[in-house]
Write a protein that binds this ligand. Sequence first.
Ligand code: ZN
Length: 146
Amino acid sequence: MSACVDPVLGKILAGWRYDISGLAPEMRGAYEAHFAECERCRSRRTLHRTIDVSLIVLASVSAGVFLLAFGVIHHFAPRHTLILELVALGGFGLSALIWLIVAVATPAPMTVVDVARLGARHVHDRLPEEIRQRLPEELRMKLTGS
Ligand SMILES: [Zn+2]
């Protein structure tokens, strides 16, 4: 992998786990320019966002499996039902907690919103000019960011 083109900026970005979604737009300029020219930081950012989103997905699946286990135990009522049910509920609670921590501590939700916004902007850019002009000003601002 190639080296960072500006180690000082790269170090700041690494400290933020390559997330600049929380910065005000006028503060982002230098960092966005860095992402544009630095392949290393760009691929790092992709890696980190992939990890965040995978964690959310894993926690969701895990919570679902524990809930399913609870349902199965409840339905078939084997011996020691109460203990097994408590274990299943505990697993569900833990998964839900992990999900919440990931959602709050990482920019995974923002990543999903950004992807949606990029998609919407892509559609917007392909619309004919006269339809684009009819879109409410506020919506156009959100899509194009200008
Ligand atoms: Zn860099």
